[in-house]
Write a protein that binds this ligand. Sequence first.
Ligand code: GLU
Length: 512
Amino acid sequence: MSKEVRVRFAPSPTGPLHIGGVRTALYNYLFARKMGGKFLLRIEDTDQNRFVPGAEEYIKESLAWLGISPDESPWNPGDTGPYRQSERKQSYMQYALDLVEAGHAYYAFDTSEELEAMRERLEAARVVQPQYNSISRTQMKNSLTLPEAEVKERLASGDPYVIRVKIPRKEEVRLNDMIRGWVMVQSATLDDKVLMKSDGMPTYHLANIVDDHQMRITHVIRGEEWLPSAPLHVLLYKFFGWEDSMPQFAHLPLLLKPDGNGKLSKRDGDKLGFPVFPINWENKVTGETAAGFREQGYFSDAFLNFLAFLGWNPGDEREIFTLDELIDAFSVERIGKSGTKFDIAKAKWFNEQYLRAKSNAELAPYVIADAAAEGITILPETAEAIVSLTKDRVTFPAELWKGSKFMVEAPSTFDEAIAGKRWNADAVTVLTAYAETLEGYTGEFDAEKAKAMLGETAEAKEIKLGKVMQAVRLAVTGVGAGPDLMEIFAILGTEEVAKRIRFALATLEVIG
Ligand code: GLU
């Protein structure tokens, strides 16, 4: 039997989850489902300085909104918990000590002043990237350079120390990335990263590797920003003797600014007026806020569909995919290597497609609720009629009611600019005659009939309908543009349309 596929999404709760993080979660989820495996969520909260209250809840709510909830997480643990690194704290030290014991890590006692002095020394010697590595470590205060007795003495007396990985001086580190293929790095370019900090907490690198191993992770699918860390991770698997169960890596392409120049940031969203977070965020301590796709009116399924295409494609022309269809079509091989430009117009396009695919009855509650917020009660039939009129013209459900008030209330004012341009003698002639016709009419009245009657009226007066059409709209709706006017007439009925025309005729002053 082949090994169960287990992937994890491992965010650090340092703020709202960026859209790139949500995409990482989605790809992990799709891969797990596709392979019949498990999708885990691990909260990487070992860096206490960067901890932000509410961030963990935010992650939970975002994933729940999108319907990609984990199989194992702090809230629904499996057998490899706990799922918060802060709760796994006690296990890491032993692993670090094991590495020290095996000669793959060492204690380092250097003070920050000493580290700074080393940096200055290396810079003065024109070393391009001054770092604590296989060469510079020989000049520093660590268990490789100090006499054993002194090391023991320092440890016993509680001298502050960190544990660093001992990177071999000359070794080629190789990893076969599922997206990028073979990646090769010379160990001389790597530094002796800290594994255990002086506060007794592990760094990301140690905790991440230990946890992935203990949680039986088979594939690590994460953002490209972690690719430079991957060689160190490969070495750690080797040092621990876990090479056989080392997960396969897949580093996802970056999400780029709309112009393609650099990584997409919150600032880009603020500047260009679109969200880069799934749901609204508020930092309760600092008061900092950020806008979310959900609150802007994006449907979760449309947003997911959009997200899936930010770096992946099915290899054919299809674009609209339900979550199940995405699972079916997904493959890591079809994830691109190069960065993906973020295009908010595409997100809107997806939302429009999903909005149009929904039935009028499904969308009617938005209209009812939005009208109710303005103190207007709307019947479900009316709400559905409004939806059917507007749904092909809008991007978000909130736009269905916005601008539709005239459907339930006659306008009391009229767009002055339009009136100033269009309310001429011809318009008055046609509208007066049309009102009369409507008042005397008792037969079936639908959009076609409304149009035919209006056309005949204009023709009888020898006035081109096109010339007065905007004035007709103005009289009945108060504004110069909107959904199909004849459909509006059909919904309002002859009596209401005639009444509105009469009011406009009595209110507006004829130009020229
Ligand atoms: N905690 C890391 C992050 O915040 C996880 C990176 C990884 O998946 O290894 O992205």
